[in-house]
Design a protein around this ligand. Structure first.
Ligand code: F6P
Length: 319
């Protein structure tokens, strides 16, 4: 191969810039030309493609977001749209594509691969919901951001003897919520991997009050319940002032942690090395501290993410 492309797709994640930088620098180091595709699959379809040089990725390693831009582009599910995308890649003479993103991005990459165009997926999402890797790029930074917010909420909850319910991102994966609950010493946690009802949670909060707790922090993964209504119900049942905080998109921004920069750099470099070895249709991951790769189609369709029962148990025993 002589020319490769790189794009970021789906929700941005801190560390994506570091991954793009690694793809560009490893590519150039090995004599390849590297092309940046702007605004994810939407930009690929719109032929928004520019050649990147060494200095195109200067001073980006420490920045959150993605300088290539990102987009959600459901139209990419259409085969005709993907055909046009492949036509654009062929016009530029780009032989293979590195896709940095979450599960939707992997789906796009696997579909292109099925159509004969080689892609390599790099897991970039704050949700940590991609199979085949222990960590996704952005998770560590988002976790740091969430725990910082939780620490602040603890100060004010303790001062006012209030219950604080915090909604945390993660889509349908509880890793960010569970990690924040353990690291933030939160009293209760609700994640999609485990059974949940408002009533059961309220009973637990009531038990906490009986135990003598004056204030409590509750971590709830998004899409599980409406935390404003839940806060009202908690107040009604317990008689304790309760506040709801949706952390929202602040969780997605900010400078990547050193850990995220390191895994992004390792994964970006590894993806290029795989392409140089003639591997396509793969996705990269970090497992047992080592870089690994899997069949991207198998990863999407068959591999499962493990849920940490150990952390789940800790969230109870530390109560
Ligand atoms: O996948 C990352 C993520 O931030 C999820 O945690 C969240 O559910 C979703 O993206 C939000 O998407 P959007 O930025 O399109 O509103």
């Amino acid at each position: 191969i002589k020319k490769i492309g790189v794009l970021t797709s789906g929700g941005d994640a801190p560390g994506m810039n570091a991954a793009i930088r690694a793809v560009v620098r490893e590519g150039l180091h090995n004599g390849l030309e590297v092309y940046g595709i702007y605004d994810g699959y939407a930009g690929l379809h719109a032929n928004n493609i520019k050649k990147l040089e060494r200095d195109s990725v200067s001073d980006v390693i420490n920045h959150g977001g993605t300088f290539l831009g990102s987009a959600r582009f459901p139209e990419f599910k259409e085969e005709s749209v993907r055909r046009e995308a492949i036509k654009n890649l062929n016009e530029h003479g780009i032989d293979a594509l590195v896709v940095i993103g979450g599960d939707g991005s992997y789906m796009g990459a696997s579909k292109l691969t099925e159509m004969g165009y080689p892609c390599i997926g790099i897991p970039g999402t704050i949700d940590n919901d991609i199979p085949g890797t222990t960590y996704t790029i952005g998770f560590d930074t988002a976790l740091t951001t969430v725990v910082e917010a939780v620490d602040r909420l603890r100060d004010t909850s303790a001062s006012h003897k209030r219950i604080s319910i915090v909604e945390i991102m993660g889509r349908y994966c509880g890793d960010l919520t569970l990690g924040a609950a353990v690291a933030g010493g939160m009293e209760f946690v609700a994640v999609p991997e485990m059974e949940y009802s408002d009533e059961a949670l309220i009973n637990e909060i009531q038990a906490g009050i009986t135990k003598g707790k004056t204030h409590m922090l509750v971590a709830v993964c998004e899409h599980m319940t409406n935390i404003s209504s839940l806060a009202k119900k908690v107040e009604e049942v317990t008689g304790r002032e309760t506040r709801a905080t949706v952390l929202g998109h602040v969780q997605r921004g900010g400078a990547p942690t050193p850990q995220d920069r390191i895994i992004a750099t390792r994964m970006g470099s590894y993806a290029v090395k795989l392409l140089l070895q003639g591997e396509g249709g793969r996705c990269v991951g970090l497992m047992n501290s080592q870089m690994v790769h899997h069949d991207i189609i198998d990863c999407i369709n068959n591999m499962k993410r493990p849920f940490s029962d150990e952390l789940w148990d800790l969230s109870f025993s530390m109560f």
